[in-house]
Design a protein. Structure first.
Length: 89
């Protein structure tokens, strides 16, 4: 995300990671030059485990599906509001 944020014309850049049916949603404020990807990355010392609350969404469950669709809708609306000549690299 850090490498791509300069190419994102939307106010928030989103990403999702999946392990099986568990989802972790990430976001980055594109207007904040010092912005951090949230949730924060797991440090090397903590690499043997991932915080359960980061993987609380299940794509097969109502909450996981709803969260994914909410982000999709936010991105679609953001893209629809962009000027026609906006280019995505």
């Amino acid at each position: 995300m850090g490498d791509l944020v300069g190419h994102c014309p939307l106010p928030t850049m989103h990403a999702v990671s999946a392990i099986g049916t568990a989802l972790c949603f990430y976001s980055l404020d594109t207007a904040d030059a010092n912005g951090e990807i949230l949730p924060l990355r797991i440090t090397y010392d903590d690499y043997t485990w991932a915080p359960a609350n980061q993987w609380e969404y299940n794509i097969l469950g109502e909450g996981g599906e709803a969260k994914l669709w909410a982000i999709i809708e936010e991105v679609l609306q953001g893209c629809a509001a962009l000027p026609v000549d906006t280019q995505c690299a």
